[in-house]
Write a protein that binds this ligand. Structure first.
Ligand SMILES: Cc1cc2nc3c(=O)[nH]c(=O)nc-3n(C[C@H](O)[C@H](O)[C@H](O)COP(=O)(O)OP(=O)(O)OC[C@H]3O[C@@H](n4cnc5c(N)ncnc54)[C@H](O)[C@@H]3O)c2cc1C
Length: 118
């Protein structure tokens, strides 16, 4: 688990913050320990928002490294990936499945989260 105190800024650098910790839990147990021990928590994705949504002096939590399975729909045409995974990680993990799923569309901003597989 990466949990350090360091400066954070969004993609453009227009929003900056000094969180008490930057935490990237790899398991649900680690995630639970961090949340239980924190007075204030905000979650960050790729930090592309221009609004000060992720700015905090508390714990800034990234779920990008959280290891969870991909859930594939029964008809095999779509899948759910864990919240916080980038398109790049989602695509990479989906490609390694037996179905070798691929993104129906690929964003120019490959670090963003949320997508649909086909
Ligand atoms: C160059 C550029 C182009 C863009 N183009 C478009 C566009 O074409 N269309 C469009 O709609 N938007 C666009 N955006 C905006 C961008 O898609 C949104 O700001 C989006 O929310 C960024 O996602 P993020 O993962 O970086 O979120 P962040 O900026 O990291 O977080 C945004 C919010 O989501 C919350 N959040 C993030 N991850 C989680 C999680 N796992 N669980 C709970 N809450 C979470 C955060 O707490 C925060 O409140 C663009 C941004 C940039 C920089």
């Amino acid at each position: 688990m990466n949990a350090t105190a360091q400066a954070w800024k969004n993609w453009s650098g227009s929003v900056q913050a000094q969180p008490s910790r930057l935490a990237s839990p790899r398991t649900e147990d680690e995630l639970s320990t961090i949340v239980r021990g924190a007075a204030k928590v905000r979650v960050v994705g790729a930090g592309h928002s221009f609004m000060p949504l992720c700015a905090t002096t508390g714990v800034l939590l990234s779920l990008a490294d959280l290891d969870s399975p991909i859930e594939v729909a029964a008809d095999g045409t779509s899948a759910w990936v864990p919240a916080g995974w980038s398109l790049k990680r989602s695509h990479s993990r989906a490609q390694r499945r037996p179905e070798r799923m691929a993104l129906a569309r690929i964003s120019a901003a490959f670090r963003h989260s949320r997508t649909r597989f086909a």
